[in-house]
Ligand binder design. Structure first.
Ligand code: XCC
Ligand code: SF4
Length: 655
C-alpha cells in the first residue's frame, strides 16, 4: 500500500466511488480471494500474499503458467518410450490411432501408469535401502551417532526373518538382519519376507495371480523391461505386473523403511506436538528439515540439542535453536520426537517467505527445485545431503553413516551463523501453532487398546466405529490446498469412521485441529465415545508416506484376527490431493491388498477406455477392490461411506 493511501485511510472514513483507497482495497481483496481459492489454511493464504508483495513466484503461479496442460499427456496418450516417437494418439478422433510401433491407447496408457508405479516403488525402496545400510553400519560399529533404539523390535523382526537370535550380540543381530533384508532387494529369496504378514487367503490369491513380489529391485527392473518398446504389449498383463511391483514396495521397501526407522530411531509413542507456520519462532534460529529419510533429520535433531550449539546461538542474539519439519521427514520426527511440523508439500516454498528461516536441510523426494529460487530473495540457506539428490542454489554437504554426526553439526553451526543475516523487518510469522497428537505406530495403537486389537474389533462389531479409512498423500495445486483432506476427514469422522493419516494429509488434518483428543466432538456418537475412553483423536497420525505400511499391517492384523480376507473388512483408502508417483505405487498396493481406494486427482489413463474400466471396476472381480476418482470431498465421503456400509452388511454387521 502506498503512503498517501495510508494517510488517506487515517484521515478519511467516508470513502466515495473513485477513492484510491477503495481501488487498493478491492485489489487486495481480490488477491486475498484468490489465495482463499488456493488454500484453506490461514498460514498459506497470508504467506501467498506476502510472496506476492515480495515478488516471489510459487507453485500456484507456475501451475497457472502451465495452462492449458497437454490433453494427450493428461489422458495418458502420449509416449516417449523410444526414439521412433514421441507419439501422441487420438483413439476416438481423426488423429493417429497408433504410435509408430503400433501401440494403441491401452498399451500406451498401461505402460505409462506402470512406469509411475515403478518410479514410486523405487523411491520408497531406495529410501529403505539407505536405512538397511545404516543398520549394517551400526552393526559394524561404523556409524557414530546412530544406535539401536528399539532392541525388542530388532529381535522381533529378525525372528520374522528366520534369524536365530540366541547367542548373537545386538550388533551381530543388526548385521544379520541388514544382510537378510539386502536379499529382499535381489532375487536370492522366493518372495519378499513381509508378504508373510498378509492373511493366507490374500497370499493365495496373489499366488494364483502370480503377483507375489520376489525381489524389490527385481520387480521395478522388470517393469522397466516390460515397458520397453516391443516387450509386454497386453495392458492387463502390464498392469498385473505393476501390481506385483507395487507389492514389492508395500510389503517390501516401504515396510522395511518403517520397521528399520523404528528399530534405529525408536518406535513412536503417542504424544502432543504442534503444526503450521506458527511453529517458527521469531527469536530463535529456525532450522527446517525436509524430505523423507530420518537418517539425516534425526542427526540434525541431535545436533540442535547440543549445549555448545545452543550457546553459539545465544551468542548471536537468538534465544535458542528451533527445529521443525516439513513433509515426510517432518512426519518422522514428529512421530518419534514430537518435533513441530511447519507444513506440508505446498507450504515448503512459503516457509522461506516468512523471512524467519535460517536454513532448510533436505534429503530427498518432494523437494521442489524452486526452493533455491525462492531462497534467493531471503537469507535462508539450503543444504542438500544425499548424493542422489542435488538442487540448484543449494550447498551440498554429503551425508553417509560414517560422517553423519559431523556433517549435522557443521550444518547446524552454519545455520546459526546465518541468524545475523536475518532481516527482522521482513519477518512475518502469520499464525499461532495448533496442537496435534502424533505417534500412532501399530505398537502404540495396540498398546492404547490394552494389548490387542480385540477392543477395536468389538467396537467395529458393535457399530460404534463403522470402519477405518487411511487418508494419505500429498498436496497438488490442482486441488485447493488441504480442502480435499480436511473435507473428507470431517465427513468420515462425523459418520463414526476412524481415520488414519500419513504424510501431507496428516499435516492438513493437524492444522485443521482434527488430530487432538478434543476433536472427538466433531465425531459421530460412537467414535466420540471410543475416543473419549482412550483419550485419542478421531483422526490418528500414523506416520510418513512409507508408514502407509503401518496401515497395511493393521489391515492384515484385523483380517487375521477375524479369519477373513482384507477385502471383506469395512476399510478404505483415500488420496485426495495426491501428486507423486509414490502415491500411485501406494494406491496400487493398497488396492491389491483388497482395500477400495478413492483418488482426488485423475491419474493419466482416461484416454484408454479399457484401462479406465479395469481400474474402476474390473479389478474388483480380481482383487476384491478397485479405484474411484472423486475430487469433491463430500462425494468422496459418500462413496466411502456406501462402501463401508456394504462391507459391514457382508460381515453381517448393522449398517
Ligand atoms: Fe511428498 Fe511424503 Fe506426497 Fe507429501 S505426501 S507430497 S509424496 S511428502 Ni506422502
Ligand atoms: Fe511411439 Fe511406440 Fe516408441 Fe512409444 S514405443 S514412442 S508409441 S514408437
Amino acid at each position: 500500500m502506498n503512503i498517501s493511501v495510508v494517510i488517506h485511510e487515517l484521515v478519511c472514513d467516508n470513502h466515495q466511488p473513485g477513492c484510491s483507497l477503495l481501488d487498493v482495497r478491492h485489489e487486495e481483496a481480490a488477491i486475498m480471494d484468490q489465495y482463499q481459492e488456493f488454500s484453506i489454511a490461514a498460514d498459506a493464504q497470508s504467506m501467498l500474499k506476502k510472496a506476492h508483495d515480495d515478488g516471489v513466484v510459487t507453485a500456484w503461479d507456475r501451475a497457472r503458467m502451465q495452462q492449458p496442460q497437454c490433453q494427450f499427456c493428461k489422458s495418458g496418450l502420449s509416449c516417449r518410450v523410444c526414439a521412433m516417437g514421441p507419439c501422441r494418439i487420438d483413439p476416438h478422433g481423426k488423429g493417429a490411432h497408433y504410435g509408430v510401433c503400433g501401440a494403441d491407447a491401452d498399451i500406451i496408457a498401461a505402460r505409462n501408469l506402470s512406469r509411475m508405479v515403478a518410479a514410486g516403488s523405487a523411491s520408497h525402496s531406495d529410501h529403505a535401502r539407505d536405512l538397511v545400510e545404516v543398520l549394517y553400519s551400526v552393526g559394524k560399529g561404523k556409524a557414530p551417532g546412530y544406535e539401536i533404539k528399539d532392541l525388542e523390535k530388532l529381535k522381533r523382526v529378525a525372528t520374522e526373518y528366520g534369524i536365530a537370535i540366541n547367542g548373537l550380540s545386538d550388533k551381530e543381530l543388526a548385521v544379520k538382519l541388514a544382510e537378510s533384508m539386502m536379499e529382499d532387494f535381489g532375487m536370492k529369496k522366493g518372495r519378499v519376507t513381509f508378504v508373510g504378514r498378509a492373511p493366507k487367503q490374500r497370499i493365495e490369491l496373489w499366488e494364483k495371480l502370480n503377483v507375489v513380489p520376489r525381489g524389490i529391485d527385481r520387480e521395478t527392473t522388470e517393469t522397466m523391461h516390460r515397458t520397453h518398446m516391443g516387450v509386454d504389449n497386453d495392458y492387463v498383463s502390464l498392469l498385473l505386473h505393476a501390481v506385483r511391483n507395487s507389492l514389492s514396495d508395500g510389503y517390501g521397501g516401504s515396510m522395511i523403511g518403517t520397521e528399520l526407522s523404528d528399530i534405529l530411531f525408536g518406535t513412536p509413542k503417542p504424544g502432543l506436538s504442534t503444526v503450521n507456520l506458527g511453529v517458527l519462532k521469531e527469536d530463535h534460529v529456525n532450522i527446517l528439515v525436509h524430505g523423507h529419510n530420518p537418517v539425516v533429520s534425526e542427526m540434525i535433531g541431535l545436533a540442535v540439542e547440543d549445549g555448545e550449539m545452543i550457546k553459539l546461538a545465544q551468542s548471536k542474539g537468538a534465544k535458542g535453536i528451533n527445529l521443525a519439519g516439513l513433509c515426510c521427514t517432518g512426519s518422522e520426527l514428529m512421530m518419534r520426537k514430537k518435533i513441530p511440523m511447519a507444513g506440508n508439500h505446498l507450504m515448503t516454498e512459503l516457509t522461506i517467505v516468512t523471512g524467519a528461516v535460517e536454513s532448510i536441510i533436505v534429503d530427498y523426494q518432494c523437494v521442489m527445485p524452486a526452493l533455491g529460487q525462492v531462497a534467493q530473495c531471503y537469507h535462508t540457506k539450503l543444504y542438500s545431503t544425499s548424493n542422489k539428490a542435488k538442487f540448484p542454489f543449494m550447498e551440498h554437504v554429503e551425508f553417509n553413516p560414517e560422517n553423519a554426526k559431523e556433517q549435522a553439526f557443521k550444518m547446524v553451526h552454519a545455520s546459526i551463523e546465518n541468524y545475523v543475516r536475518r532481516n527482522k523487518d521482513r519477518v512475518s510469522i502469520p499464525v499461532s501453532p495448533v496442537k496435534s497428537m502424533t505417534g500412532f505406530s501399530v505398537e502404540s495403537i495396540v498398546g492404547a487398546l490394552g494389548g490387542s486389537l480385540a477392543p477395536l474389533i468389538d467396537a467395529i462389531k458393535a457399530g460404534k466405529i463403522k470402519g477405518a479409512v487411511g487418508v494419505v498423500g500429498c498436496n497438488n495445486p490442482k486441488i485447493r490446498q488441504d480442502y480435499g483432506h480436511v473435507g473428507l476427514i470431517k465427513r468420515l469422522i462425523a459418520n463414526d469412521i476412524l481415520v488414519l493419516t500419513t504424510g501431507c494429509a496428516n499435516v492438513a488434518a493437524g492444522k485443521a485441529g482434527l488430530q487432538v483428543p478434543e476433536a472427538k466432538n466433531l465425531a459421530g456418537p460412537g467414535l466420540k465415545e471410543i475416543c473419549g475412553l482412550l483419550n485419542i483423536p478421531p483422526s490418528l497420525h500414523v506416520g510418513s508416506c512409507v508408514d502407509n505400511s503401518r496401515i497395511v499391517v493393521i489391515a492384515c492384523a484385523l483380517a487375521n484376527a477375524l479369519g477373513v480376507d482384507i477385502d471383506k473388512l469395512p476399510l478404505a483408502g483415500a488420496a485426495p490431493e495426491w501428486y507423486s508417483e509414490k502415491a500411485v505405487a501406494i494406491a496400487f498396493y493398497v488396492m491389491a491388498s483388497g482395500i477400495y481406494t478413492v483418488l482426488g486427482v485423475m491419474p493419466p489413463v482416461g484416454g484408454s477406455t479399457n484401462v479406465t474400466k479395469l481400474a474402476t471396476s474390473g479389478l474388483k472381480d480380481v482383487f476384491g477392490a478397485s479405484f474411484a476418482v472423486e475430487a469433491n470431498p463430500d462425494r468422496a465421503a459418500d462413496l466411502i461411506i456406501a462402501h463401508i456400509t456394504e462391507k459391514r452388511k457382508g460381515l453381517g454387521l448393522s449398517a
